[in-house]
Ligand binder design. Sequence first.
Ligand SMILES: Cc1cc2nc3c(=O)[nH]c(=O)nc-3n(C[C@H](O)[C@H](O)[C@H](O)COP(=O)(O)OP(=O)(O)OC[C@H]3O[C@@H](n4cnc5c(N)ncnc54)[C@H](O)[C@@H]3O)c2cc1C
Length: 378
Amino acid sequence: MYCLFPQPPLKHITIIGCGVVGAAIAYELSLCPEMRVTGLDRSAPGQGATAAALGVAMAVISHKVKGRNWQLRQRSLHRYQTLFSELEALTGRKIQRNTQGILSLCFEAKELPRWRSLQQIRHGQGYPLELWEPEQVRDRCPHLNTDGVAAGIFSPQDFQVNPTELTQALVAGAAANGVEFHFDQPVVGFETEGSNGEDAVCTAVHTATQTIAADAIVLSAGLGTMPLTQSLAQPTAVGPVLGQALRLHLNSPLGKPNFQPVVNGYDIHLVPLGGGDYWVGATVEFPPETSLEEALAMQPEAERLDEVMAGAIAYCPALAAGTVTDRWFGLRPRPQGQAAPVIQSLAGYSNIWLATGHYRNGVLLAPATALAVRDRLL
Ligand SMILES: Cc1cc2nc3c(=O)[nH]c(=O)nc-3n(C[C@H](O)[C@H](O)[C@H](O)COP(=O)(O)OP(=O)(O)OC[C@H]3O[C@@H](n4cnc5c(N)ncnc54)[C@H](O)[C@@H]3O)c2cc1C
């Protein structure tokens, strides 16, 4: 057998940053036969903000109903419907997730008209969203304190996923499809050509020990975006917003064994993990007005996490008897001067794409980001 027509050469895409966003891009591009993909990270996959995330994916229950932000959420939700089983079949890995829905507690009666309007819009869009009376909340989730609760808003299609397991499965899936990864390889510079009035082209990426040629570059480096874009003379500001969370164990699991949704009250998530274990979080701590270096060196304030825990106990009193088994924090990458996330070409370059600044929703938006990057590269 020989081919009558010459095949076009494979397009070599280099992805910098392998958190949940870069890993999702690597996997999605690995499904494109016209691309050869290399993934780079300065550490192991999923060690940045992704390692701290709770993985709560609030799409239907969010108040975004139109425009880019809703379209990304909807596209992610749709892609997630097949992504988990696809990755599990391909890699043989199990991705821990909670698909029993998300219940949000509304404490302000004046917010109910807004929720009813959202419910109507979602029904029109084909997504169920239920509004429960406080008695219904008590009946279905007897572990919740409904004093002061005006309603429960239940979204059966929203879910939660373990971000680390998801990232590792995306990397394993991409690798199985031929993506080459290099970990512990910080990118330290770029080779570029031309710029006389025209957009410049990046031809290669330098790590400390390697030079990797590329036809296109994707920057999915989260908080590493600013220094990388500075070295390309197109600084794109992405600053940190600190988040703390904790894990706790209860001797007797909460609520009804066959109904364990993620609960959100006062913007605090309670994530059932099974076996009496729960994640609770997260704080949202903005850095003082300082340089990026100082902001990146921010340390968590223990009292802020204590406040989050107190908020969770207020709506779920049984948590007070739990034993805290872990506490951690991470830095969310938040774009400055533009909306999150940043998915666009880097100004001044014809072949560099930014997929960064996902702030509080990187796990939710990773699949839609990957599809958007794929569409642009194709
Ligand atoms: C406490 C907490 C709770 C959260 N909960 C949720 C949640 O419930 N749901 C949700 O959707 N989101 C949540 N988030 C937000 C989420 O974590 C982020 O939006 C998401 O992880 C961003 O992913 P990323 O891949 O862009 O960034 P990162 O995970 O930070 O990955 C960036 C990668 O780039 C690499 N890198 C940087 N510079 C370089 C370089 N020069 N060379 C090579 N590699 C480089 C880093 O090593 C890193 O691996 C939470 C965040 C925190 C902190």
